[in-house]
Design a protein around this ligand. Structure first.
Ligand SMILES: Cc1cc2nc3c(=O)[nH]c(=O)nc-3n(C[C@H](O)[C@H](O)[C@H](O)COP(=O)(O)OP(=O)(O)OC[C@H]3O[C@@H](n4cnc5c(N)ncnc54)[C@H](O)[C@@H]3O)c2cc1C
Length: 379
């Protein structure tokens, strides 16, 4: 078995690495401090083709596959996790929703614009009463002639106030549980699409997370994604893929923690020696690197299975579980290695620590990943 990446993927990885170092990392602290939208960074990602990673070339995308996208996301998130989140949601939850479940007309209409970044995509599943238990959502979809009317409130929508196209899940049959949910493609310029309160968050502060009011929102039947009442299956299928994106994000954050720790441990001296000379510090560096490499292998394996058309749900959950726990371990130890300096905003590890936290929460919490994995063994 050959674990080396082919040359084209190595070149892609290198290009993404240089881009993240030159364009994202220098802007990340400011976006975090000001809680300002990473719009310019997302525009630059679009120029690199990173908004079309999931879109086939025939629609103007860069069609990098899940493996290529994962490698890019690791690098982007090493530079700026807020940008990484935006790029991940846009590709793996919006573009993929249309690539996998859209009809020809929807593909023609949306994919070329999503691929270039002319349109930015959001994903609207969560509500106040339905997070982990997404199937209990209550936002209503009511048929009205050739249209549907959406009503209700979505919560936690990443860049819901910046997106041009939103995939919205709503209840089309009140009595059918998870078989009564439909997915809709919604142009956010539609009357009735109303972004509201922006959350004040611990991390990912350059990625606005907003409440979304669906107020008598009229959607043409042509914008139903997949079949009516099939939305829950679509939502779950997309999250399986999205988890590879979040695993990649967690690895990027963990990589940044390791790099900062190695640098600091080499520079800072105590007891007449660099910190790197102490066994306790070496052990932390070794554990961080081992966590990261294990998570990377799991993530690239899940991506390879998905690209090969094989089942990958369990592997995607394992990748997310391992990578997100690893990122939180690495962030904790990175702050520890920096001592008091790590507790200040003068060093990026303080931000990495806050950003890492989300990777265990969204697109399925750590606890939900364990349920998904255990179920495949205990059935
Ligand atoms: C920054 C951010 C961005 C987000 N972006 C989006 C987005 O773009 N689109 C979107 O739709 N959603 C988004 N979300 C929502 C996110 O997916 C949910 O927060 C997540 O699914 C958890 O749901 P919850 O917050 O309601 O927590 P709950 O479901 O209330 O969970 C609370 C705790 O209970 C645990 N728990 C729940 N059920 C079980 C169980 N059966 N067994 C064991 N433990 C359990 C959980 O693991 C967790 O620890 C975002 C959230 C955040 C914070």
């Amino acid at each position: 078995m050959d674990f080396d990446l082919p040359e084209d993927l190595q070149m892609l990885q290198q290009a993404a690495r240089e881009f993240a170092e030159n364009e994202l990392a220098p802007r990340a602290a400011e976006a975090d401090k000001e809680e300002s939208w990473v719009g310019e960074q997302v525009r630059l990602c679009a120029e690199m083709g990173f908004l079309g990673m999931a879109v086939p070339e025939q629609y103007g995308g860069s069609e990098l596959g899940t493996l290529g996208s994962s490698l890019v996301l690791m690098e982007l998130n090493k530079g700026c996790a807020s940008t990484g989140t935006t790029v991940s949601v846009h590709n793996s939850l919006t573009c993929e929703s249309i690539v996998r479940f859209g009809n020809d007309e929807q593909k023609q209409r949306y994919l070329p614009k999503l691929a270039t970044g002319e349109m930015l995509g959001a994903y609207c599943l969560s509500e106040a009463g339905s997070g982990s238990d997404a199937g209990s959502l209550v936002c209503r979809a009511t048929p009205d002639g050739d249209d549907w009317i959406l009503d209700g409130t979505k919560l936690w929508i990443s860049h819901g106030n910046q997106a041009d196209l939103a995939v919205i899940f709503a209840r089309s049959d009140a009595d059918a549980g998870t078989r009564g949910i439909t997915a809709f493609l919604v142009d956010t310029s539609s009357e009735g699409y109303k972004p509201g309160k922006k959350e004040r968050k611990m991390g990912l502060r350059g990625s606005p997370t907003v409440e979304l009011q669906l107020d008598n929102l009229r959607v043409p039947a042509a914008n139903v994604l997949g079949e009516v009442n099939d939305g829950f299956k679509i939502a779950m299928a997309l999250l399986d893929g999205g988890r590879i994106g979040i695993a990649s994000q967690a690895i990027g954050i963990a990589d940044a923690c390791l790099a900062a720790s190695v640098k600091y441990a080499g520079e800072r001296e105590q007891f007449g020696k660099p910190l790197a000379a102490f066994g306790a510090i070496q052990e932390k560096i070794a554990d961080m690197a081992t966590y990261i490499e294990g998570a990377r292998l799991l993530t690239l394996r899940a991506a390879t299975l998905k690209d090969g058309g094989k089942p990958y749900g369990r592997e995607a959950s394992m990748a997310k579980l391992q990578a997100s726990r690893g990122a939180n371990y690495c962030a904790k130890e990175a702050v520890q290695i920096h001592g008091g300096a790590g507790y200040t905003r003068d060093f990026p590890v303080e931000r990495y620590f806050r950003d890492a936290r989300i990777t265990e929460i969204y697109e399925g919490t750590t606890e939900i990943q364990t349920l998904v994995i255990a179920r495949t063994y205990l059935r």
